[in-house]
Design a protein around this ligand. Structure first.
Ligand SMILES: C[S@@+](CC[C@H](N)C(=O)[O-])C[C@H]1O[C@@H](n2cnc3c(N)ncnc32)[C@H](O)[C@@H]1O
Length: 444
């Protein structure tokens, strides 16, 4: 029995900890979910359940698992996926042409159908030659949903709006259900995150600088004040020009005032203005002197860094890694740079060094991906552009090589000739320009 007193205490608790809103008209839903959690946990009544969840995070997770609604399916809301293909991706493909890398977040991903639909759509839409890279972060508060998402086996109900040929291309039948192919599974990283907690945007958690955020049919469970705070944090987690897609039941335009509104057939899209300042996190790390413009962005979602354990500054750390590489101790250099990137995922020069190590070992694709990440983190990082040009030249892509060098030249022409722009070799802008000219002549 959910007495008045228990109703008030449970409602306050789930609202405070998970943002879930149970007004009197939803009291019966709360009672039902709590009864189920009590049964599962083997406690006799809801008084005992309250006492248990006060002291046991695992029991709390069971309550959350019963109270959250995971209704979802592949390609839910076809109009929004059409807008993704026809409006959002063409915009980003044009603006991100140099880096060829997109970052997405499915916030409130439930059992994974939404982020996997995003992965499939991107694979079908992004140009392939040369390839684009993507990282898709998918988060939810419900651990059980996340387990099922990682397993990626689905019943036919999940495909109720998926054309058969799409299902057949990406899933393998297995005992009356369908298993997602590994290559799509690998596109998505799942992590636990409570949207109500102000733990994001966060460079350490890799929750920052997204090009696209899908947060659909999640905000409806929160009260207005909570929704407003979450929308602000989603805004902060987008890059300028990044897109937010919310569910159809979440149309309160007031919450989205900071965004540009784009009307697409059958849906409304929100975009963070292009001129919005990039988010500068309090813990952002500066590249070594001289500092070039550096909008922060991690390379991939990594829920790992523990900055409090660090003793070295990233610059000093990078110098150590560089020294190891200069002495030919490549494995030490690689280990150092990997550790550095775990702790400072925004540090563009570290990706550059990692790219150089890969290039030295003939791993051209890996090197190119690292150089791209360095440029993504810092679009003015000329060394990254030169690294990209060198790989393009080796891969017989002269046009792409020239484009990257042209971009580096434009950036360098904005610096005084004697300004140091290469932190690794203390080279000036004029010296680097001379080097670019040399490279240019070698491209064929
Ligand atoms: C109805 S599903 C939506 C799934 C998917 N976005 C879609 O539209 O098909 C809502 C999801 O939001 C999650 N959720 C609810 N409260 C949350 C919170 N405080 N933090 C993160 N996720 C939450 C639930 O666990 C559930 O998986």
């Amino acid at each position: 029995m959910l007495s008045d007193n228990l109703y008030q205490r449970f409602a306050a608790l789930v609202r405070e900890r998970a943002g879930l809103h149970y007004p009197p008209q939803r009291r019966a839903d709360l009672a039902y979910g709590l009864q189920r959690a009590a049964q599962q946990l083997g406690v006799a009544d809801l008084h005992q359940l309250l006492a248990l969840i006060e002291r046991s995070p695992a029991a709390w997770n069971d309550v959350i698992a019963e109270l959250t609604i995971g209704e979802t399916y592949f390609f839910r809301n076809a109009a929004q996926f059409a807008a993704l293909r026809e409006i959002i991706l063409p915009d980003l493909i044009q603006r991100r042409a140099m880096v060829r890398y997109l970052r997405l977040w499915s916030a409130g991903c439930a059992t994974g159908e939404e982020p996997y639909s995003l992965a499939i759509t991107l694979r079908e839409t992004l140009p392939v030659d040369p390839p684009w890279h993507m990282s898709i972060l998918a988060t939810d508060i419900n651990h059980r949903f996340l387990e099922r998402a990682r397993e990626a086996i689905y019943g036919s109900w999940s495909f109720r709006e998926t054309p058969e040929h799409v299902r057949d291309r990406y899933f393998i039948p297995e005992g009356g259900r369908w298993r997602l192919r590994d290559e799509i599974k690998r596109d998505v990283v799942f992590a636990h995150l409570n949207l109500v907690e102000p733990s994001y945007p966060s460079p350490q958690l890799g929750i920052i600088a997204f090009d696209i955020i899908f947060c659909r049919n999640v905000l409806i469970y929160f009260d207005e004040a909570t929704t407003q705070q979450i929308v602000q944090r989603l805004y902060d987690a987008l890059t300028p020009g990044g897109w937010l897609i919310v569910g159809h039941a979440e149309p309160n335009i007031e919450f989205y005032r900071q965004f540009e509104t784009h009307n697409a057939p059958g849906t409304v899209l929100y975009r963070k203005p292009l001129h919005a300042p990039p988010f500068i996190p309090a813990t952002a790390v500066s590249p070594p002197s001289p500092k070039l413009v550096s909008p922060p962005l991690p390379a991939s979602p990594q829920i790992v860094a523990q900055p409090t354990q660090l003793t070295l500054s990233p610059e000093a750390w990078l110098q150590q890694a560089r020294a190891a590489a200069d002495h030919g101790d490549w494995s030490a250099a690689r280990m150092q740079v990997q550790a550095l990137l775990k702790a400072y995922p925004l540090f563009a020069p570290a990706y550059y060094l990692q790219g150089q190590i890969a290039e030295h070992h003939g791993q051209l694709d890996e090197a190119l991906a690292d150089y791209r990440r360095s440029v993504y983190l810092d679009p003015h990082f000329v060394l990254g552009l030169i690294g990209m040009a060198s790989i393009f030249a080796r891969q017989r892509q002269p046009d792409a090589a020239r484009r990257a060098l042209g971009q580096a030249t434009t950036i360098l022409s904005q610096h005084p000739d004697d300004q140091i722009v290469d932190p690794f070799h203390d080279s000036t802008a004029a010296e680097v320009l001379a080097y670019i000219n040399l490279l240019w002549q070698q491209i064929r």
